[in-house]
Design a protein around this ligand. Structure first.
Ligand code: GKR
Ligand code: MG
Length: 431
């Protein structure tokens, strides 16, 4: 390859965008969600882009790792991984740090995943460059499309009508704290996006209220696959009690109880498959699940912390070998992440369920052309070179300005909830 395509510059721009007051096991979303936009530029002036986490430790890790790319060919992904690992491998964690992270809902803050997260952040931008060089889309670089569109699910949240701080006008979704409000939220989301399956983020209200929410959805949307995800905020006993109430209604049961041992205890009494983005989050944990006879039957992957698109393809092969299902987890994100995920999901033959996405909860965008359009709940795989999307520089500047002014530097759903309820401890499992 001509050296003119060697990487000569890496730009990381932190951004913030409006995020509604969504409730979860850890607390509540802050008014602004953070991400980083990665731009990798070659000496020839091509720019590969990507989107990743925007919390301070991630920004620091990206900055520390950026020199690893200097002079590298955009094709040299393996060399990039070796260099990144040498630069950013974190020190071993104390047992208490490790435990805190096991229950964290924001995988972007997991120190143990620093290398995987940085590799992923650079890999996607380098593949965007590769695509521009080869005039091929990322899905083709990944081996070609197994499907031309990727299905997503309606990701429902209990929520307040507005943030306590009121930094901008309330979002159009309104309050959702009762079964009727939840059904209205689902109706609105499905009408707008055409989703054909529904996930409820639980672990926020009393478990019985959340079970009532699922039962109301089952009645309102007969035949639509339903999932519930309390993010390990229920004990094994509570998980099993709620399972009884939801018998015959769930497509899968996502992270009801804490830890792989907790999940295994639930699995012994449960005919519904268990899914996770909390206890199988890397290859070592995959092995532990396999050693235990696979109590978790569905892995909800996320290329942002599994080590990238190619690593997730390896995970998909493993899932096939062990007879496990595979789908995708999400966090608050914009279109570049959604498009990268869509290329990836189009490339894996094994994609057993519609993927999660927070996209309907966002109303801003950083790519040219604005918000991406879903058709019947699915997103078409872009066909242009690389990711097939480009940065809207005016929007990038505006979202960076949000970041500079919002004052948030690390996502903290617990501290945010304590503004509403100073007695809230966030200790899990709460029920
Ligand atoms: O956005 O509140 C949220 C979710 O709870 C998110 O943080 C989780 O990581 O969506 C995720 C999940 O499925 O656990
Ligand atoms: Mg989950």
């Amino acid at each position: 390859m001509s050296t003119s395509h060697a990487i000569r510059h890496v730009r990381i721009t932190p951004i913030a965008f409006r995020d509604p007051p969504l409730l979860n096991a850890a607390g509540i979303h802050e008014p602004w969600a953070l991400r980083s936009i990665i731009e990798i530029e070659t000496a020839s002036g091509l720019v590969g882009i990507n989107e990743s986490y925007g919390d301070l430790p991630m920004l620091q890790a990206l900055a520390k790792a950026a020199p690893a790319l200097q002079g590298l060919s955009p094709w040299a992904l393996n060399e990039m991984e070796t260099r990144v690992a040498a630069l950013v491998t974190p020190p071993a964690q104390t047992p208490s740090e490790f435990l805190t992270q096991q229950v964290s809902l924001a995988p972007g803050t997991h120190v143990s995943k620093t290398v995987a997260k940085v590799v992923s952040a650079f890999e996607v931008a380098m593949m965007d460059l590769q695509g521009q060089l080869a005039n091929a889309s990322v899905v083709d670089l990944l081996g070609g499309a197994a499907r031309d569109r990727v299905p997503y699910s309606a990701y429902l949240f209990y929520k307040y009508a507005e943030h306590i701080e009121k930094p901008y006008a309330p979002d159009p979704w309104g309050e959702a704290l009762t079964p009727a409000q939840l059904v209205a939220q689902a109706q609105r989301m499905i009408e707008q996006y055409g989703f054909q399956s529904i996930k409820l983020k639980a672990g926020a209200l009393l478990p019985g209220e959340e079970a009532a929410g699922i039962l109301a959805l089952a009645q309102a949307f007969p035949g639509t696959p339903l999932r519930i995800d309390p993010n390990a905020n229920w004990s094994v006993t509570t998980s099993l009690k709620i399972l009884q109430q939801l018998r015959g209604v769930l497509e899968y049961y996502e992270d009801p109880a804490p830890g792989l041992d907790g999940m295994a205890a639930v699995a012994r009494e449960c005919e519904v498959p268990l899914a996770t983005n909390m206890v199988v989050t890397d290859f070592a944990e995959f092995r532990r699940n396999a050693d235990m006879g696979c109590p978790v039957r569905i892995v909800l992957s996320d290329h942002h912390y599994w080590g990238g698109l190619r690593a997730t393809q390896r995970l998909s092969t493993l899932c096939r070998t062990f007879g496990l299902g595979l789908s995708m987890h999400s966090n608050s994100h914009l279109g570049i992440s959604l498009v990268a995920m869509t290329h990836l999901c189009a490339s894996v033959p094994l994609l057993t369920y519609a993927c999660d996405t927070h996209y309907p909860w966002q109303d801003e965008e950083v790519i040219q052309g604005g918000r991406l359009k879903f058709e019947n709940g699915s997103l078409r795989v872009p066909t242009g070179p690389g990711l097939g999307v480009t940065l809207d520089r005016t929007a990038l500047a505006r979202l960076h300005d949000n970041y500079l002014r919002c004052g948030i530097r690390n996502r903290n759903d617990l501290a945010q909830m304590q503004k509403y309820d100073p007695a809230f401890t966030g200790i899990q499992p709460r029920y």
